[in-house]
Design a protein around this ligand. Sequence first.
Ligand SMILES: *[C@@H]1O[C@H](CO)[C@@H](O)[C@H](O)[C@H]1NC(C)=O
Ligand SMILES: *[C@@H]1O[C@H](CO)[C@@H](O)[C@H](O)[C@H]1NC(C)=O
Ligand SMILES: *[C@@H]1O[C@H](CO)[C@@H](O)[C@H](O)[C@H]1NC(C)=O
Ligand SMILES: *[C@@H]1O[C@H](CO)[C@@H](O)[C@H](O)[C@H]1NC(C)=O
Ligand SMILES: *[C@@H]1O[C@H](CO)[C@@H](O)[C@H](O)[C@H]1NC(C)=O
Ligand SMILES: *[C@@H]1O[C@H](CO)[C@@H](O)[C@H](O)[C@H]1NC(C)=O
Ligand SMILES: *[C@@H]1O[C@H](CO)[C@@H](O)[C@H](O)[C@H]1NC(C)=O
Ligand SMILES: *[C@@H]1O[C@H](CO)[C@@H](O)[C@H](O)[C@H]1NC(C)=O
Ligand SMILES: *[C@@H]1O[C@H](CO)[C@@H](O)[C@H](O)[C@H]1NC(C)=O
Ligand SMILES: *[C@@H]1O[C@H](CO)[C@@H](O)[C@H](O)[C@H]1NC(C)=O
Length: 342
Amino acid sequence: MANPTSFIFLLSLMLLLLQSYLFSFANAEILNVTTDKSALLALKAHVSSKDPHHVLISNWSSHTPICTWVGVTCGSKHLRVRALNLSYMDLVGTIPPHIGNLSFLVSLSIENNSFHGSLPNELSRLYRLKFLSFRYNEFSGEIPPWMGLLNKLQLLFLDDNNFEGSIPQSLSNISSLQLIDLSYNQLSGSIPSSLFKMPTLQAISLCSNKLSGLITSLDFNASSLQYIHLGGNELSGGLPMFDHLPNLQFLSVSRNHFSGVLPEIGNLTMLRELFLYENNFEGTIASSSLFECKDLQKLDLRGNNFTGRILSNIGNLTMLAYLYLNNNNFEAWDANLVTPHK
Ligand SMILES: *[C@@H]1O[C@H](CO)[C@@H](O)[C@H](O)[C@H]1NC(C)=O
Ligand SMILES: *[C@@H]1O[C@H](CO)[C@@H](O)[C@H](O)[C@H]1NC(C)=O
Ligand SMILES: *[C@@H]1O[C@H](CO)[C@@H](O)[C@H](O)[C@H]1NC(C)=O
Ligand SMILES: *[C@@H]1O[C@H](CO)[C@@H](O)[C@H](O)[C@H]1NC(C)=O
Ligand SMILES: *[C@@H]1O[C@H](CO)[C@@H](O)[C@H](O)[C@H]1NC(C)=O
Ligand SMILES: *[C@@H]1O[C@H](CO)[C@@H](O)[C@H](O)[C@H]1NC(C)=O
Ligand SMILES: *[C@@H]1O[C@H](CO)[C@@H](O)[C@H](O)[C@H]1NC(C)=O
Ligand SMILES: *[C@@H]1O[C@H](CO)[C@@H](O)[C@H](O)[C@H]1NC(C)=O
Ligand SMILES: *[C@@H]1O[C@H](CO)[C@@H](O)[C@H](O)[C@H]1NC(C)=O
Ligand SMILES: *[C@@H]1O[C@H](CO)[C@@H](O)[C@H](O)[C@H]1NC(C)=O
């Protein structure tokens, strides 16, 4: 190393490396309409040539401005891509990491196609996203924890895919989330404890997965929450009180392994639909606070082990239009029972 020539060589090599480092750093920072175009062309290249309606093949021509392309909406000021909607186009393909360069994207919707593979980490850079839908595709892999970084997200649809693994705890960090649909995937493990206390959440569906464990330890405390669907999982144990969900209208825990007696649910004064079917619930419902839920329109208790008499207080549920009680161990019907609608 004492040789001065090799020292100068080493020095210039270092300068070269530094320069290319700085250049690549600057390059990553400058995103403009041109880089949006290369991101979209990368997506086009990741879509199979099948493209049955020739949407991308003929319309996404590099000779025309991207803001005229089908499914692309630009902001009027910067002409950057603000919305990308490739839903219902029968496309087959994968999402390239370049989509993470569409840094002005507010809405990304790729519903009902045959996209597959996992979601690239680079999508975590889309920090302006408010709407994200990949529903009705064939995506696989885990739901990436970086989704918790998209903190402007309001609506998240990942349902009807092949996502597996557990639900990342970080999702409950998305402070503006209003709706989350993870149903019809292969998700397993227990439900993150803070998912039901997100301050703006209105609807959550986790149905038809393989989620397991108890839900009694979860923190159900959200005055905005109106809809909870946990049906078709492997959840067990008893039900919690649900006493801090004053606006809940829909609750389904059907087709799980829940057991025990019904908790007091009389605080759910807005409840309209309650689905408890195909579990192992037991005990009597005769004096249940259930009958204080005056707005109840649909009640399904079938396929459990409820016992005792069905009393006339079921007639207090004057809005009831849908009632299933079969496949339980109820005793004879009370003579005064108001006949439910057929
Ligand atoms: C976009 O940025 C690149 C550098 O990343 C630059 O070469 C190009 O000229 C810019 N294009 C426009 C339209 O500003
Ligand atoms: C692409 O589709 C849009 C909207 O249908 C249309 O306005 C535009 O002219 C099309 N561009 C090409 C190159 O076909
Ligand atoms: C995307 O396009 C589909 C079909 O054209 C439409 O039904 C849907 O509302 C659009 N989604 C968004 C978020 O704009
Ligand atoms: C865009 O993203 C891809 C992949 O993440 C990357 O290789 C490329 O350099 C990025 N930057 C630009 C300006 O296209
Ligand atoms: C998805 O699109 C296909 C036609 O492309 C249609 O048959 C199917 O019903 C759609 N699925 C959903 C859930 O919308
Ligand atoms: C949620 O956000 C807080 C604050 O930004 C951070 O400290 C915490 O690690 C995040 N939790 C998860 C599970 O990502
Ligand atoms: C429910 O959430 C509210 C608002 O975040 C909080 O003030 C209250 O202490 C919580 N109640 C319980 C029982 O956790
Ligand atoms: C409703 O919730 C409040 C607050 O937790 C509690 O004090 C009350 O007993 C509950 N009432 C019923 C009927 O569960
Ligand atoms: C049913 O309604 C009657 C009359 O409103 C009321 O006295 C009774 O306490 C109610 N029963 C239950 C179980 O809520
Ligand atoms: C239903 O409950 C009765 C009475 O508690 C009990 O004897 C029976 O074993 C239970 N049946 C099932 C299938 O759990």
